[in-house]
Design a protein. Structure first.
Length: 438
């Protein structure tokens, strides 16, 4: 009778669930008397759960329930079911007795520390005027070859603020008319900029704003009696991916500056080689006439730099408008009247200039980029008062050059063995030194 009851319960349990079923086999008088352990998710409300034993092997006969004549211990009574098998359904939180141990969670990868000097670079170039080779290009022979080193440090004060610097050193190998002495070494104006980098993107355009200040370390600015040149900068970057199989960077910059001078006109550089006659219309002063200093300056630039792997050509244009001081009204001492300009003549109060450059970069490794390029800087107006070509003009100072850009921070990373840095630095600092002097 017990065998029939057990088989009936077995058929009922298999038809109810396939997720969690425990079966008790028919009692066998030859099998040892062991308590029946039923896999269950939660203990039955009427009896507490006992200690978990390993499940019997498939070849071992299922243990039978104790006979009525055997006394049951208190420990076995807590886990012994009735003669009928117990089927527990559910998805409780109980852990099976034989479970695969879980592997320990992997430790999170340590985030690399920010590199405050990231972006610091030194750019060197040697340029030559095209008239040096093509002597018939201009009406006079003025060969010009010089070398320049651009010191461009960067330091991140925080995620939001970054300091940038610029200092240009130039040495002329020839004796051109642009310099006063032969083989003259010159520094450009030293400038420091403070950028704020946490402005949210606007239509995928990343804006930056900053303050700048330049000091007169160039001979041109010292001759103009410059004291300080503060300014404002706004920069807009727009990277574009997957352009003709490569990437594209658009970088625009707007800047305004208001220089402060001791005088509104330049002064004589150095001492006169002869004694001046202080009589008649001559003057013993050290101020020069005819050219006034810049009162305000506004410049705008655009860089277009695609890249394909290690190659990166670029086009760069910068235009500048300068407003200059004007002299006071001159009074004729004979009749006491103001001396007016001739009819049809109006003095110019603005100056406009262009700078254009095209170059090709090749990334040799993470810290060295080679460059070959061309640039020309000129006044917007020609000698006849018309607008000139801002890109090419045989009578202007056109230059070809070879250069190399060294990423100082990445070079230190390579030397110290701390891994590779970001290579392929797009150099947006390719500007002629005289364009930055006021």
């Amino acid at each position: 009778m017990k065998r029939c009851t057990s088989l009936s319960a077995l058929l009922v349990g298999l038809s109810l669930t396939t997720a969690s079923v425990a079966l008790a086999a028919s009692p066998d008088s030859s099998a040892p008397n062991k308590p029946v352990r039923v896999a269950q998710a939660d203990p039955a409300p009427s009896q507490p759960s006992g200690p978990t034993d390993p499940a019997p092997s498939p070849t071992e006969p299922a243990p039978a329930a104790p006979t009525s004549g055997e006394p049951a211990s208190s420990a076995a009574a807590t886990a012994e079911p009735s003669s009928s098998p117990i089927v527990v359904l559910g998805t409780g939180t109980g852990t099976p007795g034989a479970d695969t141990p879980q592997s320990s969670a992997a430790e999170p990868t340590a985030k690399p520390k920010p590199r405050p000097w990231a972006g610091t670079s030194i750019f060197g170039q040697t340029s030559m005027s095209t008239a040096t080779v093509f002597q018939g290009q201009q009406q006079y022979n003025d060969p010009t070859v010089d070398s320049s080193i651009y010191f461009l440090p960067r330091y991140s004060l925080s995620d939001a603020w970054q300091l940038r610097g610029r200092l240009i050193f130039t040495y002329e190998w020839t004796n051109s008319d642009e310099t006063v002495t032969k083989n003259e070494p010159r520094f450009g104006d030293a400038a420091v900029q403070l950028f704020y980098r946490k402005i949210p993107e606007i239509a995928t355009i990343k804006p930056l704003v900053g303050l700048s200040v330049a000091v007169p370390t160039s001979p041109e600015s010292r001759a103009r009696t410059l004291i300080l040149n503060p300014g404002l900068i706004a920069q807009f970057a727009r990277p574009i991916e997957h352009v003709l199989g490569g990437d594209l960077l658009l970088l625009g910059t707007l800047s305004y500056s208001h220089p402060f001078y001791r005088n509104q006109t330049p002064e004589i550089r150095g001492d006169f080689p002869y004694q001046r006659a202080c009589l008649g219309g001559a003057s013993c002063g050290d101020q020069l006439g005819g050219t006034f200093n810049t009162s305000d300056s506004f410049s705008y630039s655009l860089l277009v730099a695609p890249s394909w792997g290690k190659w990166s050509p670029a086009l760069y244009y910068m235009g500048a408008t300068q407003w200059v001081y004007t002299g006071s009204t001159v009074i004729n001492p004979l009749d006491g009247k103001a001396i007016e300009a001739p009819d049809g003549f109006s003095p110019s109060r603005t100056r406009q200039s262009h700078y254009f450059s095209a170059w090709l970069d090749y990334e040799f490794n993470t810290w060295l980029t080679g460059e070959v390029g061309y640039f020309m800087s000129r006044s917007a107006l020609t000698e006849n008062g018309k607008y000139g070509n801002p890109f090419f003009d045989r009578y202007q100072d056109m230059r070809v050059y070879l250069g190399a850009n060294i990423s100082v921070d990445n070079l230190i990373q390579e030397i110290t063995g701390k891994g590779e840095g970001e290579g392929g630095i797009v150099r947006a600092k390719n500007t002629h030194s005289s364009m930055w002097n006021f």
